[in-house]
Design a protein around this ligand. Sequence first.
Ligand SMILES: C[S@@+](CC[C@H](N)C(=O)[O-])C[C@H]1O[C@@H](n2cnc3c(N)ncnc32)[C@H](O)[C@@H]1O
Length: 276
Amino acid sequence: MKLPVWLLKRLPIVRGLVRRLEDLHRFAHDPGRFDGNLNAVLRLHDCLPLPPALLRHRVSGSVNPEEFVHVGKRCFEDVNAAVRTIGLDPSGCRQVLDFGCGCGRTIRNFHHGRTAATHIHGCDIDAEAVAWCRENLQGFAFEVIPTAPPTAYAADQFDLIYAISVFTHLPEDLQLAWLAELRRILRPGGVLLATVHAPQLATGIPGVDTEALRQHGYTYVRGYGVDGLPDYYQGAFHAPEYVQRAWSQHLPVVAVRPKAMNGHQDVVLCQKPGPT
Ligand SMILES: C[S@@+](CC[C@H](N)C(=O)[O-])C[C@H]1O[C@@H](n2cnc3c(N)ncnc32)[C@H](O)[C@@H]1O
Protein backbone atom coordinates (compact mmCIF):
# COMPACT_ATOMS: atom_id res chain seq x y z
CA MET A 1 0.00 0.00 0.00
CA LYS A 2 1.31 3.44 -0.88
CA LEU A 3 0.99 5.99 1.91
CA PRO A 4 -0.07 9.50 0.96
CA VAL A 5 2.70 12.11 0.92
CA TRP A 6 1.13 14.20 3.71
CA LEU A 7 1.20 11.15 6.01
CA LEU A 8 4.77 10.21 5.04
CA LYS A 9 5.86 13.74 5.96
CA ARG A 10 4.32 13.39 9.38
CA LEU A 11 5.68 9.94 10.19
CA PRO A 12 8.62 11.27 12.28
CA ILE A 13 6.15 13.29 14.40
CA VAL A 14 3.94 10.24 14.88
CA ARG A 15 6.96 8.10 15.82
CA GLY A 16 8.10 10.79 18.30
CA LEU A 17 4.67 10.86 19.87
CA VAL A 18 4.60 7.08 20.20
CA ARG A 19 8.05 7.19 21.87
CA ARG A 20 6.83 9.80 24.34
CA LEU A 21 3.76 7.73 25.18
CA GLU A 22 6.00 4.70 25.77
CA ASP A 23 8.25 6.86 27.99
CA LEU A 24 5.21 8.09 29.88
CA HIS A 25 4.10 4.52 30.48
CA ARG A 26 7.58 3.50 31.72
CA PHE A 27 7.83 6.58 33.92
CA ALA A 28 4.43 5.96 35.50
CA HIS A 29 5.36 2.32 36.09
CA ASP A 30 8.75 2.89 37.79
CA PRO A 31 9.76 6.58 38.05
CA GLY A 32 12.86 5.86 40.16
CA ARG A 33 14.49 3.79 37.40
CA PHE A 34 13.31 5.87 34.47
CA ASP A 35 16.19 6.71 32.10
CA GLY A 36 14.26 7.94 29.02
CA ASN A 37 13.47 11.46 27.93
CA LEU A 38 11.93 12.75 31.13
CA ASN A 39 11.67 16.33 29.93
CA ALA A 40 9.44 15.18 27.11
CA VAL A 41 7.33 13.21 29.56
CA LEU A 42 7.00 16.13 31.93
CA ARG A 43 6.01 18.44 29.09
CA LEU A 44 3.34 15.95 28.14
CA HIS A 45 2.05 16.40 31.68
CA ASP A 46 2.13 20.19 31.16
CA CYS A 47 4.98 20.38 33.67
CA LEU A 48 8.35 22.08 33.43
CA PRO A 49 11.66 20.69 32.24
CA LEU A 50 13.82 18.87 34.73
CA PRO A 51 17.43 19.96 35.47
CA PRO A 52 20.22 17.52 34.61
CA ALA A 53 21.11 14.88 37.20
CA LEU A 54 24.36 16.68 38.13
CA LEU A 55 22.48 19.83 39.20
CA ARG A 56 19.76 17.86 40.97
CA HIS A 57 22.43 15.95 42.87
CA ARG A 58 24.17 19.18 43.88
CA VAL A 59 21.12 20.47 45.77
CA SER A 60 19.85 17.25 47.28
CA GLY A 61 22.45 14.49 47.07
CA SER A 62 19.97 12.48 45.01
CA VAL A 63 19.36 12.10 41.28
CA ASN A 64 15.89 10.60 41.63
CA PRO A 65 13.68 12.77 39.39
CA GLU A 66 10.45 11.98 41.18
CA GLU A 67 11.99 12.94 44.53
CA PHE A 68 13.22 16.25 43.08
CA VAL A 69 9.74 17.18 41.88
CA HIS A 70 8.02 15.91 45.02
CA VAL A 71 10.36 17.65 47.50
CA GLY A 72 10.15 20.91 45.54
CA LYS A 73 6.35 20.87 45.73
CA ARG A 74 6.41 20.05 49.41
CA CYS A 75 8.90 22.87 50.14
CA PHE A 76 6.74 25.31 48.19
CA GLU A 77 3.67 24.31 50.22
CA ASP A 78 5.64 24.47 53.47
CA VAL A 79 6.89 28.01 52.71
CA ASN A 80 3.32 29.15 52.09
CA ALA A 81 1.97 27.43 55.21
CA ALA A 82 4.77 28.72 57.47
CA VAL A 83 4.45 32.39 56.50
CA ARG A 84 0.67 32.23 56.97
CA THR A 85 1.24 31.22 60.61
CA ILE A 86 2.71 34.70 61.26
CA GLY A 87 0.01 36.54 59.33
CA LEU A 88 1.68 36.99 55.92
CA ASP A 89 -0.56 36.15 52.97
CA PRO A 90 1.81 34.75 50.32
CA SER A 91 -0.60 35.59 47.52
CA GLY A 92 -0.35 39.25 48.51
CA CYS A 93 3.45 39.31 48.11
CA ARG A 94 4.50 41.27 45.03
CA GLN A 95 8.26 40.74 45.27
CA VAL A 96 9.56 37.35 46.36
CA LEU A 97 13.16 36.08 46.43
CA ASP A 98 14.32 32.47 46.55
CA PHE A 99 17.78 32.99 48.11
CA GLY A 100 20.05 30.06 47.16
CA CYS A 101 17.55 28.77 44.61
CA GLY A 102 19.92 26.14 43.14
CA CYS A 103 18.41 24.62 40.00
CA GLY A 104 14.92 25.83 40.91
CA ARG A 105 13.49 22.90 42.89
CA THR A 106 11.11 25.14 44.87
CA ILE A 107 10.72 28.25 42.72
CA ARG A 108 9.43 26.23 39.75
CA ASN A 109 6.20 25.68 41.71
CA PHE A 110 5.37 29.39 41.63
CA HIS A 111 4.51 28.78 38.00
CA HIS A 112 0.93 27.87 38.82
CA GLY A 113 -1.62 30.37 40.00
CA ARG A 114 0.63 33.45 40.18
CA THR A 115 -0.64 36.82 39.09
CA ALA A 116 1.01 39.15 36.60
CA ALA A 117 1.77 41.58 39.43
CA THR A 118 4.00 39.07 41.21
CA HIS A 119 7.72 39.20 40.58
CA ILE A 120 9.53 36.07 41.61
CA HIS A 121 13.32 36.22 41.76
CA GLY A 122 15.86 33.50 42.34
CA CYS A 123 19.57 33.88 43.10
CA ASP A 124 22.49 31.60 43.77
CA ILE A 125 26.29 31.54 43.72
CA ASP A 126 26.11 28.49 41.42
CA ALA A 127 26.40 30.01 37.93
CA GLU A 128 25.65 26.68 36.23
CA ALA A 129 22.39 26.22 38.14
CA VAL A 130 21.34 29.82 37.49
CA ALA A 131 22.10 29.43 33.76
CA TRP A 132 19.90 26.35 33.64
CA CYS A 133 17.08 28.17 35.46
CA ARG A 134 17.29 31.16 33.10
CA GLU A 135 17.07 28.94 30.07
CA ASN A 136 14.35 26.61 31.28
CA LEU A 137 12.09 28.34 33.81
CA GLN A 138 10.34 31.23 32.13
CA GLY A 139 8.72 34.15 33.89
CA PHE A 140 11.24 34.43 36.73
CA ALA A 141 14.26 36.71 37.23
CA PHE A 142 17.46 34.81 38.07
CA GLU A 143 20.76 36.30 39.22
CA VAL A 144 24.19 34.94 40.09
CA ILE A 145 25.32 36.41 43.41
CA PRO A 146 28.77 36.55 45.02
CA THR A 147 29.54 34.16 47.88
CA ALA A 148 29.46 37.08 50.33
CA PRO A 149 27.28 40.23 50.35
CA PRO A 150 26.26 42.57 48.89
CA THR A 151 23.81 41.67 46.13
CA ALA A 152 22.66 44.07 43.44
CA TYR A 153 19.06 44.05 44.76
CA ALA A 154 17.57 47.34 45.93
CA ALA A 155 17.08 48.22 49.58
CA ASP A 156 13.55 47.43 50.86
CA GLN A 157 12.75 45.43 47.69
CA PHE A 158 11.23 42.15 48.88
CA ASP A 159 8.01 41.25 50.70
CA LEU A 160 9.24 37.71 51.24
CA ILE A 161 12.65 36.03 51.05
CA TYR A 162 12.97 32.32 51.60
CA ALA A 163 16.22 30.34 51.90
CA ILE A 164 15.79 26.58 51.93
CA SER A 165 18.79 24.59 53.12
CA VAL A 166 21.26 27.43 52.60
CA PHE A 167 22.07 28.48 56.20
CA THR A 168 22.43 24.74 56.89
CA HIS A 169 25.75 24.92 55.01
CA LEU A 170 27.34 28.27 55.90
CA PRO A 171 30.09 29.13 58.40
CA GLU A 172 29.03 31.51 61.15
CA ASP A 173 30.59 34.75 59.82
CA LEU A 174 29.11 34.27 56.34
CA GLN A 175 25.72 33.38 57.79
CA LEU A 176 25.61 36.60 59.87
CA ALA A 177 26.84 38.72 56.95
CA TRP A 178 24.04 37.37 54.75
CA LEU A 179 21.42 38.05 57.42
CA ALA A 180 22.45 41.72 57.45
CA GLU A 181 22.18 41.86 53.65
CA LEU A 182 18.79 40.11 53.62
CA ARG A 183 17.57 42.66 56.14
CA ARG A 184 18.71 45.45 53.81
CA ILE A 185 16.78 44.09 50.81
CA LEU A 186 13.59 43.18 52.76
CA ARG A 187 10.94 45.88 52.92
CA PRO A 188 9.90 47.05 56.41
CA GLY A 189 7.48 44.41 57.66
CA GLY A 190 8.87 41.91 55.12
CA VAL A 191 9.54 38.31 56.14
CA LEU A 192 12.59 36.06 55.88
CA LEU A 193 11.99 32.32 56.07
CA ALA A 194 15.21 30.33 56.47
CA THR A 195 15.69 26.68 57.32
CA VAL A 196 18.26 25.24 59.74
CA HIS A 197 19.36 21.83 60.98
CA ALA A 198 18.23 21.36 64.59
CA PRO A 199 20.92 20.07 67.03
CA GLN A 200 19.18 16.67 67.16
CA LEU A 201 20.11 16.14 63.50
CA ALA A 202 23.80 16.28 64.51
CA THR A 203 23.48 13.11 66.58
CA GLY A 204 25.91 10.48 65.34
CA ILE A 205 27.49 12.72 62.71
CA PRO A 206 31.28 12.30 62.75
CA GLY A 207 33.29 15.41 63.57
CA VAL A 208 30.46 17.36 65.21
CA ASP A 209 31.63 19.46 68.16
CA THR A 210 28.78 18.55 70.48
CA GLU A 211 30.20 20.67 73.30
CA ALA A 212 30.22 23.80 71.10
CA LEU A 213 26.71 23.00 70.01
CA ARG A 214 25.55 22.61 73.62
CA GLN A 215 27.27 25.76 74.89
CA HIS A 216 27.11 28.10 71.91
CA GLY A 217 24.06 26.67 70.12
CA TYR A 218 25.77 26.61 66.72
CA THR A 219 28.39 24.39 65.14
CA TYR A 220 29.90 23.95 61.72
CA VAL A 221 31.25 20.62 60.57
CA ARG A 222 33.38 19.59 57.62
CA GLY A 223 32.59 16.51 55.58
CA TYR A 224 29.46 17.90 53.89
CA GLY A 225 31.31 19.36 50.89
CA VAL A 226 29.70 19.13 47.46
CA ASP A 227 31.53 18.96 44.12
CA GLY A 228 31.08 22.18 42.19
CA LEU A 229 30.50 24.37 45.28
CA PRO A 230 33.09 26.34 47.32
CA ASP A 231 35.05 24.76 50.16
CA TYR A 232 33.21 26.71 52.90
CA TYR A 233 29.98 24.90 51.87
CA GLN A 234 29.79 22.32 54.69
CA GLY A 235 27.29 21.43 57.44
CA ALA A 236 25.88 23.77 60.11
CA PHE A 237 23.60 23.08 63.07
CA HIS A 238 21.57 25.67 64.97
CA ALA A 239 19.79 25.51 68.34
CA PRO A 240 16.58 27.62 68.51
CA GLU A 241 18.06 29.67 71.40
CA TYR A 242 21.12 30.52 69.30
CA VAL A 243 18.92 31.62 66.40
CA GLN A 244 16.86 33.80 68.73
CA ARG A 245 19.96 35.39 70.22
CA ALA A 246 22.35 35.71 67.24
CA TRP A 247 19.97 36.22 64.33
CA SER A 248 17.77 38.72 66.18
CA GLN A 249 20.73 41.12 66.20
CA HIS A 250 20.09 41.49 62.46
CA LEU A 251 16.46 40.50 62.01
CA PRO A 252 13.98 39.93 64.83
CA VAL A 253 13.12 36.22 65.00
CA VAL A 254 9.36 35.85 65.40
CA ALA A 255 9.09 32.04 65.39
CA VAL A 256 11.06 28.82 65.08
CA ARG A 257 8.95 25.91 63.83
CA PRO A 258 10.58 22.50 64.43
CA LYS A 259 10.68 20.23 61.36
CA ALA A 260 8.33 22.49 59.42
CA MET A 261 10.28 22.15 56.17
CA ASN A 262 9.67 18.84 54.45
CA GLY A 263 9.26 17.25 57.90
CA HIS A 264 13.02 17.59 58.43
CA GLN A 265 14.63 21.04 58.79
CA ASP A 266 13.48 23.69 61.28
CA VAL A 267 11.90 26.84 59.87
CA VAL A 268 13.03 30.21 61.23
CA LEU A 269 10.73 33.17 60.56
CA CYS A 270 12.14 36.69 60.90
CA GLN A 271 10.43 40.00 60.26
CA LYS A 272 12.07 43.32 59.48
CA PRO A 273 10.75 45.98 61.83
CA GLY A 274 8.48 48.60 60.32
CA PRO A 275 4.91 49.03 59.10
CA THR A 276 3.48 45.80 57.63
C1 LIG B 1 21.12 22.42 49.58
S1 LIG B 1 21.12 23.55 48.25
C2 LIG B 1 19.45 24.07 48.28
C3 LIG B 1 19.01 24.73 47.00
C4 LIG B 1 17.55 25.15 46.97
N1 LIG B 1 17.26 26.13 48.01
C5 LIG B 1 16.67 23.94 47.10
O1 LIG B 1 16.06 23.76 48.18
O2 LIG B 1 16.63 23.17 46.16
C6 LIG B 1 21.98 24.97 48.90
C7 LIG B 1 22.17 26.11 47.90
O3 LIG B 1 22.87 27.18 48.54
C8 LIG B 1 23.72 27.77 47.59
N2 LIG B 1 24.78 28.53 48.25
C9 LIG B 1 26.00 28.12 48.61
N3 LIG B 1 26.71 29.14 49.14
C10 LIG B 1 25.92 30.21 49.13
C11 LIG B 1 26.10 31.57 49.53
N4 LIG B 1 27.26 31.98 50.02
N5 LIG B 1 25.09 32.41 49.35
C12 LIG B 1 23.91 31.97 48.82
N6 LIG B 1 23.69 30.71 48.41
C13 LIG B 1 24.68 29.83 48.56
C14 LIG B 1 24.25 26.58 46.81
O4 LIG B 1 24.81 26.95 45.57
C15 LIG B 1 23.01 25.71 46.69
O5 LIG B 1 22.31 25.95 45.51
